[in-house]
Design a binder for this molecule. Structure first.
Ligand code: TXA
Ligand code: MG
Length: 331
C-alpha cells in the first residue's frame, strides 16, 4: 500500500505521479474498477486509461482530453485470448496478433455485438480497435484490473503525446486520479493502426511497427486514406501532435529565431538551441526522442522549430507523419 499520511489519508493524491510498484498498480486497478481515470505507461506513449466497459469512464476520457466524439479510442487487452470475445479475428488477424502482440500494433476489427464494451469507445462505428501493449506495467495493470482498458494517448486532443509521467502531469495535471510512472517510453510513437476489416489490410496510422515489418507477415498493405476531414481513422486529422510553436520540416538550417531539431551526424553549425533526434542517424532512436524533444524546444523564446529531413522508410514514415501533422495549419 502507498504510505499513509499523518492524517490517515493515502499518499496517492489526485494527479500525483507514483512509481509503478506492485502496490501502486493494485491501487490503480482499484481506481479503474471504481470508474476513475489512471494514466499509465505503455511502450509507445503514456495512455489515459478508463474502464472500457463503463460508458461513464469512457465519457470522462473524452471530456478530459476535449476529444471530438467522432474519434474512437483504442481498447487494451493482455493478449489474443482476451481479444477473441470482443471482436471477430480471422486467421489473418490472428497471425498479425501472434507476430506483433504484445506490441505497437493496433488492429481494427469487427466488433462483436455482445462485446460488453462502451459504445462511445467505438464512437458509433461497428468496428473496434484492439491492442495488447508490451510494457510490463501496462500488462500488470490490465491483469490486476481484470477489465479491458480504453486508453488514448494521455494528452489534450491535438497536442503532442506524452512519453514520460512528467509530460502527463504537465498536461492533464489534476484531472487524473493517478499517474503510474514506468519511465520513458521505449518506442516513443503511437502504435500502428491497421484496418483488418477490408480485403487488403489498410494502414490507418503509421506507428511503432513499420509497414515493412507488416508486409513481411501479411503481404501487401494498402495505404489508408490520408489527410481528409472525415478520415476512417478519425484521429488522423490534418493538424495533430502539435506543439505551440510553428514547425517547419525538411529544413537545411534554422532561420533566425528558430530552434533546430536535427537528425544525423551532419547537423549545420547553429547559434540557436539545437537537439538531435539521433546523432548517428538511427530511426528507432529518433522515434523514441521525437515527442520529448518537440516539447523541450516548444518555448516562447523561439519563433518556430525547424526540423531536418528524416528518411521516409521504416519508423521514419511514422516520424514524418507526426511531423507533417505538427506542421499543418491549425484550425
Ligand atoms: O500507442 C497507442 O496507440 C496509444 C497507447 C496509449 O496505446 N494510444 C493512442 O490512442 O494513440 P489515440 O486515441 O491517441 O489514437 C487512437 C487512434 C486514433 O487515430 C483513432 O482514430 C484510431 O486509433 N481508432 C480507434 N478506434 C478506431 C476504429 N474503430 N476504427 C478506426 N480507427 C480507430
Ligand atoms: Mg493521440
Amino acid at each position: 500500500m502507498p504510505p499513509a499520511l499523518r492524517d490517515g489519508t493515502s499518499a496517492v493524491m489526485p494527479g500525483k505521479i507514483v512509481q509503478a510498484t506492485p502496490e501502486a498498480i493494485s491501487e490503480a486497478a482499484r481506481l479503474l474498477r471504481e470508474g476513475n481515470l489512471v494514466a499509465f505507461p505503455t511502450e509507445t506513449v503514456y495512455g489515459l486509461g478508463g474502464d472500457a466497459t463503463s460508458e461513464t469512464a469512457v465519457a470522462r476520457i473524452f471530456a478530459i482530453k476535449a476529444r471530438p466524439h467522432f474519434n474512437p479510442v483504442i481498447v487494451h487487452v493482455p493478449g489474443i485470448a482476451e481479444a477473441e470475445p470482443l471482436a471477430e479475428l480471422d486467421e489473418r488477424a490472428r497471425e498479425a496478433a501472434r507476430r506483433f502482440w504484445p506490441g505497437a500494433l493496433t488492429l481494427v476489427l469487427r466488433r462483436r455485438a455482445d462485446a460488453g464494451l462502451s459504445l462511445l469507445a467505438s464512437a458509433g462505428l461497428d468496428t473496434l480497435a484492439l491492442r495488447a501493449p508490451a510494457h510490463p506495467v501496462a500488462q500488470q495493470l490490465l491483469r490486476a484490473t481484470g477489465k479491458q482498458i480504453a486508453a488514448p494517448s494521455a494528452n489534450r486532443s491535438g497536442r503532442v503525446s506524452p512519453t514520460t509521467a512528467a509530460h502527463v502531469a504537465d498536461e492533464l495535471g489534476d484531472d487524473v486520479a493517478l499517474i503510474l510512472d514506468g519511465g520513458g517510453c521505449i518506442v516513443g510513437l503511437e502504435s500502428t493502426v491497421l484496418d483488418m476489416t477490408v480485403t487488403t489490410p489498410a494502414l490507418l496510422r503509421p506507428g511503432g511497427v513499420s509497414v515493412e515489418a507488416l508486409t513481411e507477415v501479411l503481404g501487401p498493405i494498402a495505404a489508408g486514406e490520408s489527410n481528409s476531414d472525415t478520415p476512417r481513422s478519425p484521429g488522423q486529422l490534418v493538424s495533430h501532435y502539435a506543439p505551440r510553436l510553428a514547425l517547419r520540416m525538411d529544413a537545411a538550417a534554422p532561420r533566425a529565431g528558430e530552434a533546430l531539431l536535427a537528425f544525423g551526424p551532419c547537423q549545420p553549425p547553429s547559434l540557436t538551441e539545437m537537439l538531435n533526434l539521433s546523432p548517428r542517424g538511427n530511426l528507432t532512436e529518433a522515434a523514441a526522442n521525437l515527442f520529448a524533444m518537440m516539447r523541450r524546444l516548444d518555448r516562447p523564446e523561439f519563433t518556430g522549430i525547424a526540423v531536418m529531413p528524416i528518411p521516409d522508410t521504416g519508423l521514419g514514415r511514422a516520424i514524418n507523419d507526426r511531423l507533417r501533422r505538427a506542421a499543418a495549419p491549425r484550425s
